[in-house]
Design a protein around this ligand. Structure first.
Ligand SMILES: *[C@@H]1O[C@H](CO)[C@@H](O)[C@H](O)[C@H]1NC(C)=O
Ligand SMILES: *[C@@H]1O[C@H](CO)[C@@H](O)[C@H](O)[C@H]1NC(C)=O
Ligand SMILES: *[C@@H]1O[C@H](CO)[C@@H](O)[C@H](O)[C@H]1NC(C)=O
Ligand SMILES: *[C@@H]1O[C@H](CO)[C@@H](O)[C@H](O)[C@H]1NC(C)=O
Ligand SMILES: *[C@@H]1O[C@H](CO)[C@@H](O)[C@H](O)[C@H]1NC(C)=O
Ligand SMILES: *[C@@H]1O[C@H](CO)[C@@H](O)[C@H](O)[C@H]1NC(C)=O
Length: 497
């Protein structure tokens, strides 16, 4: 089923017979895990490791990324999300160059810093040949101009964007007023200005949509991450989603579950910002796990489909997970393993930002956009191997439960405490901690699980075994703060022999 859809998409591109886009749907994306890269920072064409100033282009390309797909696929990821591909303003601004891709000035041309059209097609083909999917980051909220708002040269944009009428007049966003969030400008002082497109205007909106449909068809793109979605009116988002015809996950940066939930419906999915806030607080030990549990329950009840949300620990806009000191709970691999385990087994699609597996620890933008090549792409890194295990366990658990069940059943919280929590997903009971390596771990009593008295359980992380005492009750022994992923021992052979 998956395979035949994918072939159709490719055949459509080659023969031109299929006008509508056939790539992956939300239901298909729920089964995937996503690896996010900034193209400029991931790999150079000839795999050299140039030194560079963090605000300049550093030399990463689509060809370089294609050459490093083994590195990504060997961690078990099914999809790669790349930074925007369209042409950007190409000047050294106060904030540096547009290496991240979010300062587009021509939706009809590619950003030559990353390679040619053939290179991007080649990357897409290489991913598909591996059975992997391509997600591309797209911006329809604004174009950029390295000027003050009053000095924008509208004539420099391609039609129909070459007139002030294609844009809203400049005004300062009032974040408590949604109309202002949609109509005013995200101005990066003093420049570049992010010139706010009038994307409620059907001519402008259709031109933007067609530029994205063209990208999707030309490069057989399987999914889209839509930047600054909360700055675009919801009816325009709905039309965008319908016309592009592939899975879209939209960025609505806000902590509130009801606020972000409004974007699912117009779009297939939203970047799960409410969960991110709770994840950071819980795994840093700033709050008990009750908070995390309450956010997940609220999401499962409020979003039309929490399984389609894209969940993350960090990204290009937020400090890296390893940059947090952990408020006394320790800043270490064990803490990160626990958070990653949660990410892979809570309701939703896991997204890992490149470099997490090497424990990159850059804080706020731009130092969270490190060049990947400084790591040497070390496949012995502990988190590299742990993510591989998580990807494999997630797929295995889904195959035991049945995919239909696994990717539609809510995560069940068995208990949430100060430093431990237990949750159930498919055939697994997962016990997590936020103690890291610095605070003594303790045994944890799990109650009311799906297991029966007498069952023998194996932890797929350590391969330790325990027996279930009472109906559903067992002790998950301390293990230096490491996560435990319990499954009935009869199923453990794949990971523990
Ligand atoms: C690698 O590519 C860069 C940029 O195109 C070039 O300057 C450099 O000479 C190349 N190095 C090698 C070893 O091929
Ligand atoms: C861009 O400007 C910054 C700050 O002035 C400077 O450090 C950097 O070298 C410039 N980049 C290039 C490629 O000239
Ligand atoms: C979240 O949305 C609410 C309602 O629009 C707004 O008041 C608040 O400022 C937003 N929060 C952030 C972090 O933007
Ligand atoms: C909200 O923002 C819109 C667009 O800028 C503006 O026209 C309107 O007056 C604002 N409403 C309030 C209550 O400030
Ligand atoms: C790769 O990572 C492993 C495990 O952390 C470490 O022992 C090894 O030295 C690293 N290799 C390189 C070349 O840095
Ligand atoms: C599980 O049950 C035991 C025995 O009744 C109790 O001491 C423990 O607090 C319970 N654990 C949780 C997390 O509720």
């Amino acid at each position: 089923m998956l395979f035949s859809l994918k072939r159709q998409a490719l055949v459509g591109v080659v023969t031109g017979f299929i006008a509508t886009v056939q790539a992956k749907t939300a239901a298909e994306w729920k089964e995937l895990s996503i690896y996010q890269v900034l193209t400029d920072r991931f790999a150079t064409t000839n795999l050299t490791a140039p030194e560079c100033f963090i605000r300049d282009y550093c030399g990463g390309t689509w060809k370089g990324l294609e050459r490093k797909l083994d590195y990504i696929q060997n961690m078990g990821f099914d999809a790669v999300w790349i930074s925007p591909v369209i042409h950007n303003i190409d000047v050294n601004t106060t904030w540096g160059y547009a290496f991240h891709g979010y300062w587009g000035d021509d939706p009809y041309r590619l950003n030559a810093h990353f390679g040619t059209s053939e290179d991007l097609k080649s990357l897409s083909d290489a991913l598909h040949a591996r059975g992997m999917s391509l997600m591309v980051d797209v911006v329809i909220n604004h174009l950029a101009s390295n000027t003050l708002p009053q000095d924008v040269d509208y004539g420099s944009y391609p039609a129909p964007f070459n007139t002030p009428d294609a844009f809203h007049p400049a005004c300062q966003i009032d974040f408590s007023n949604q109309s202002s969030v949609e109509d005013c400008w995200l101005v990066t002082e003093p420049a570049p200005a992010l010139v706010d497109l009038k994307n409620e205007d059907q001519v402008i909106l259709d031109a933007l949509i067609n530029s994205v449909v063209d990208l999707v068809e030309t490069y057989a793109i399987d999914g889209i991450r839509l930047d600054t979605a909360r700055h675009v009116p919801k009816p325009s988002l709905a039309k965008f989603q319908q016309k592009v015809g592939v899975f879209v996950t939209g960025e609505a940066l806000n902590q509130s579950v009801p606020y972000v939930a409004q974007y699912q419906g117009p779009l297939d999915s939203a970047i799960n910002y409410p969960l991110w806030y709770a994840l950071v607080d819980s795994f840093m030990g700033r709050t008990t796990f009750d908070y995390l549990e309450s956010v997940v329950k609220s999401e499962q009840a409020t979003f039309s489909d929490a399984h389609a949300l894209t969940n993350f620990l960090d990204n290009q806009d937020q400090p890296r997970f390893a940059s947090y000191l952990g408020d006394g709970h320790g800043d270490d691999v064990v803490r990160d393993e626990n958070a990653a385990t949660f990410l892979f087994f809570v309701t939703g699609i896991p997204v890992i930002y490149y470099g997490f597996e090497q424990r990159f620890d850059g804080g706020y933008d731009p130092i969270n956009r490190e060049t990947m090549w400084t790591s040497g792409y070390n496949t012995s890194a502990p988190l590299y191997n742990y993510l591989g295990r998580l990807n494999a366990i997630r797929k295995y658990a889904a195959s035991i439960a049945g995919k239909e069940v696994f990717y539609s059943e809510d995560t069940v919280f068995l208990s949430s405490g100060v430093s431990h929590m237990a949750m159930q997903r498919g055939p697994l009971v997962i016990v997590l901690t936020n103690v890291g390596q610095h605070i003594a771990d303790t045994d944890y009593a799990v109650n009311d699980s799906q297991f029966s008295a007498g069952d023998s359980l194996t932890d797929l992380v350590s391969c330790d075994e325990v027996k279930v005492r009472t109906n559903g009750g067992f002790t998950s022994p301390s293990n230096g703060g490491k996560p435990r992923i319990w499954i009935k021992s009869e199923y453990a052979w794949k990971f523990c022999f």
